[in-house]
Ligand binder design. Structure first.
Ligand SMILES: [Zn+2]
Ligand SMILES: [Zn+2]
Length: 284
């Protein structure tokens, strides 16, 4: 089947390589049906996140116009060759959704899809980016079980925040990235939090991304795990594929392998978005 890749970055975020056009050209070379461009939404409107190196995470607000118009031009330029969809990956930051919306509302009508992510957690020592190598010491001193717990509780807040408007949950079980797992005696507690989170996703009728970046990280497994995917299937939660490419060569990474896995679980459809409306394509 011709693949659609819904999670891609580019050099505008300062931690990826390749221009927007490089990704589009590579996607055409790979004969993808569609590339969803979803660079990190700016962080510079946020308050109280001192110590989090946001300059390494995303473009700034004043650059969003150039981001959107560049993609709109590429869409036109390559319309005979590939479908291009415009999106953002937006971090959920507690109590600041209203601030986010003052900026996002100005551009939301130009977007085809929005990925909702949790990377930044708030604990006694303040905010920190749970999946950034530079915070690994903090991760370990907090303890994997507490990280998983706080992560899913934050995701539940994101899902309960009706003001936080998005379509797709990115990298569902991200805290496992560095091959970390909760302790044995907190497993049940975490499983329970996962179930609560999935129920909220179902209730909001959102889509979950199968993110293959995990296969390139120490955990060597896609997000979410097969175990969680069996639950999303039982709950009839729609899914789609994202490579989370930070290099054009990572586009559609291991998608064939994922399709095999998804078929085995029972999935026969993948979600697709245009102007924030969901449709489905067959897995073949
Ligand atoms: Zn990134
Ligand atoms: Zn992410």
């Amino acid at each position: 089947m011709k693949f659609q890749d819904w999670h891609t970055h580019n050099s505008m975020c300062h931690h990826a390589i390749g221009s927007l056009e490089d990704y589009v050209k590579k996607a055409i070379e790979l004969d993808l049906d569609l590339i969803g461009i979803s660079d990190h939404f700016p962080y510079d409107y946020l308050i109280g996140i001192d110590g989090v190196p946001i300059e390494d995470y995303a473009m700034i607000l004043t650059e969003t116009e150039s981001y959107l118009s560049t993609i709109e031009n590429l869409k036109e330029k390559y319309k005979e060759k590939i479908n291009i969809k415009i999106g953002f990956e937006i971090d959920y930051i507690e109590n600041q959704v209203e601030r986010l919306n003052t900026h996002l509302s100005k551009m939301i009508s130009r977007l085809d899809f929005i990925l909702g992510s949790v990377h930044i957690l708030f604990s006694e020592n303040g905010p920190w980016a749970m999946d950034d190598k530079r915070f690994l010491e903090q991760y370990d001193s907090f303890g994997a079980s507490s990280v998983f717990l706080l992560y899913y509780q934050t995701m539940q807040k994101m899902l309960n925040s009706t003001e936080f408007d998005f379509d797709i949950i990115s990298h569902f079980d991200l805290p496992k990235k560095y091959n970390k797992s909760p302790s044995k005696n907190s497993k049940d507690l975490i499983t329970n939090e996962i179930s609560k989170t999935l129920d909220l996703i179902k209730k909001r009728d959102l889509t979950i991304e199968i993110n293959t970046a995990g296969l390139r990280k120490p955990i060597k497994e896609q997000y979410p795990s097969k175990e969680i995917l069996k639950k999303t299937y039982e709950l009839d939660i729609p899914i789609l594929l994202g490579s989370d490419a930070h290099d054009p060569n990572e586009l559609a990474y291991e998608f064939k392998k994922m399709v095999k896995l998804l078929k085995k679980i029972g999935y026969n459809k993948l979600a697709s978005f245009s102007q924030r409306k969901r449709s489905f394509i067959d897995i073949i």
